[in-house]
Design a protein. Sequence first.
Length: 670
Amino acid sequence: MSAGPDEQLLARLHDVEARVRLAIDHRRSDDPSPDDPFRGLYVNDETVDRLLAGLEPLPDAGPELPIVDHPGPLMTLARNAGLTALDVRLLITALVPDLDSRFERLYGYLNDDVTRRRASIGLALELAGASPTSAAARRALSASGPLVGLGLVLVEDPERPFLTRSLRVPDRIVAHLLGDDLPDPHVRVHLQDVQGYPSPLADRLGRALRHGAGLIHVREREAGTGTATAVAALEAAGRESLVLDLASAVRGEDPTALAQECARETTLRGAGLVAGPVETLAEHHLDAVQQVCRWPSPVLFVGATTWDPEWTALPPLAVDAPALGARERIELLQTHLDRVGAAVDPAPFGAHLSLGPAQVQRAVDAAYTATGLDGGGVSAADLRSGIRAQNAAGLERLARRIEPEVSWPDLVLAPGVRRSLQELAARARHRDQVLVDWRMRQGGGRGRGVTALFAGDSGTGKTMSAEVIAADLGLDLYTVNLATVVDKYVGETEKNLERIFAEAGGVNAVLFFDEADAIFGKRSEVRDAHDRYANIESAYLLQRLETFDGLAVLATNLRANIDEAFTRRLDTIIDFPAPTPELRAALWRQCLGPPLPVADDVDIDFCAEAFEMTGGNIRSAATTAAYLAAEVPGPVTMTLVIAAVQREYRKLGRLVLEKEFGRYMALVMD
């Protein structure tokens, strides 16, 4: 809410006005040609003589107004920035032309240059009663002083001598002193609204901040956990927080200037700066990190990597933000669901999803917004959609995203295979409870990931099973395209895989590697450089799988080609056998079920017994029969089914034998 100038600001404005009047009277008393219309445009002989003779110093205009404990913007800024009484007087002297345009011409008169309508350093020092030869006074308007160092006053015309350089107060400072606390628009677009997550770590950091800790680094394993913890720490210290998205900032025109403006904003508000990911800014603009670290306001950097001592000479207080366990995540979901009045059980969502506090808040907000489409309250489907919306788009550039459309009833598999898949889904669902809450995590830096191998012939249901598990867990399925991974150049394949694993680590999804033996194959005996580099690639993958925090499914047609070291690190291996006649019958009925029109003469039992095909081949044949029926047009008949099976045999390179087609051999087309 905006307010007018406070009493302290008005008092200092009147003080500067009195000093300006006194300075003008003093100049007039020693001005040989006060009525010269070209005064300020040239130097005449009388002016030269006066300059050579020297001017009498400006008479004392009274004592400096002291810094007092006052709740107004000016005194609050003076306290936050550590300004002295001289600093405040210089700030107001530079500020006056922005509040009263009359002072532009008055300053032009005092500068003896009608084109220079702002206070110069020399004039500001003169009006403040400070000597231009005083090192302390000059330091107040140098980069080492708080006025210039914090960006409260800008010194322009650097090519001019020090005393004739102009002073300007940024518009944001002027607005703040007048009671407007809205940040600049180009700063606001990079700020985030993050709700603090109270925790024992946040309380400890709050105590450290109250005892003078100025630079803190919070390393997070779960996206958003560190930021929410830092905000809660500032709240515990009694400070407001300004949250800067550095990933967005580095894409701007001048990230260094933006970081400085955000840090300046914290000084205006008496707040602390929360900024992350710090490694992104340090990689491209290390000078910005170093400048922000020297700010008087508390700075809490957040990142996924360890703090690099090269970033700044000042060592930060480094802490690790713990990942949320299943219990904490469910409680947090329940809190936000209660906030929007949603009657949804959070347990099925919070138990296994990798969500930080900020992501939980955004997911619930997105679910609440979605209710405007069809009315009513927040449903489980709305919440699931809101959670999926928190997935970063970076993985979609490296893998193909599939939104699951199938469920357990659509899966036709042997009972043993189905049980194994359900156990895999249960392992993924309860991994946080087992590994975090019950502390069953093994050492060695292993992640919380779940990795499985699906082995079986093409078309036996491996991809569909992965999609069903993703749907059961409320996740998306990302299929890795090996064409974007494998590279002929040494080391590039590992880099591509690292990008995929890094992106997938922060995404709630099932990562599906089809034809996995192409990159997870057996290591061979080293006979030449090619073998050596191929083994290095496999060794890297072995290490990376152990640190992966997500859910990965590897699929292969040739299980024997997978390196044994990989199989040891897998949580489960599921073999997909060819379907039995009973399963083939169920697959035919499913593929030829409603709403597809099917004639009464279609003999599904015969098709299941006679044609030994996988589920993928059966679905392909049924789809072909549907296209043939649409062309007729009419329902799917046995004639069309036989024609579709015949085409599928040709694709597979199989012979059309009478012992398989039996009594329907007459329907086979030439």
